[in-house]
Write a protein of this length. Structure first.
Length: 246
């Protein structure tokens, strides 16, 4: 029970990496609040976990929605110790092909949302004597990929924000780290409708010969949420089957 007595908010908790982290946190003894735009995706996960889970509809790019999410967490579970900023959007495009709306939407969710929610939880983590903020970034925080200009720029910003916040709040025992996944087999990846040849090509980009699974990311998130990582802050963890080692 590595996370016993801990309360966590996990955004994008209805599927993929967010769902995997929610399940792993609950197994570790945490109470979890899973947040997302579509409550129909959240409810099955909440039922799977049971009374230790609250599903809360939220738009993390909207400050009023963020404040309601934090208030519901405190009302139901009486505290807040962990935040996993997992919600994100991936809209393919180049500097020429992206529309202004696509650019704004990418940064509203992937960057502004992290800032708004982190800002909202910091006073409560401070009151609890510390906490852990875990940002889900990407291998594209470090390296580039074709047709991913807005996404890459936003995930680079997540890495920079992680390091800056880690310095700002280290003296308060609030740790801020990020996980940088490679390609993980999730609904987001499935939307790109890769044929078998394209899938093999993308798998080959990972020296370990497979896509990641949500459980691969969740295992690192549990470590960063637990007291086992109490002397780690401002760090970025590539969890990518060797993708960035090449």
């Amino acid at each position: 029970m590595r996370l016993a007595e801990k309360v966590a908010i996990i955004t994008g908790g209805g599927s993929g990496i967010g769902r995997g982290i929610a399940l792993a946190f609950a197994r570790g003894g945490a109470k979890v609040v899973i947040a997302g735009r579509d409550v129909k995706k959240l409810d099955p996960v909440a039922r799977e976990i049971g009374p230790a889970c609250l599903a809360q509809q939220a738009d993390i790019s909207n400050n009023q929605s963020v404040e309601k999410l934090v208030a519901a967490t405190l009302e139901n579970f009486g505290g807040l110790h962990i935040l996993v900023n997992n919600a994100g959007v991936l809209l393919p495009g180049t500097a020429e092909s992206h529309t202004e709306d696509e650019w704004s939407r990418t940064f509203d969710v992937n960057v502004r949302g992290i800032w708004l929610l982190s800002r909202a939880v910091l006073p409560h983590m401070r009151a609890a004597g510390g906490g852990s903020i875990i940002n889900i970034a990407s291998v594209l925080s470090f390296v580039a990929a074709r047709n991913r200009v807005a996404y890459s720029a936003s995930k680079g910003a997540v890495l920079a924000m992680t390091r800056a916040m880690a310095l700002d709040h280290a003296s308060e025992k609030i740790r801020v780290n990020c996980i940088c996944p490679g390609i993980v087999d999730t609904e987001m990846v499935a939307r790109f409708s890769m044929d078998e040849n394209a899938r093999r090509q993308r798998i080959a980009m990972h020296p370990m010969g497979r896509f990641g699974q949500p459980e691969d990311i969740a295992a690192v998130a549990v470590f960063l949420a637990s007291d086992e990582s109490s002397w780690i802050t401002g760090a970025a963890f590539p969890v990518d089957g060797g993708y960035t080692a090449q």
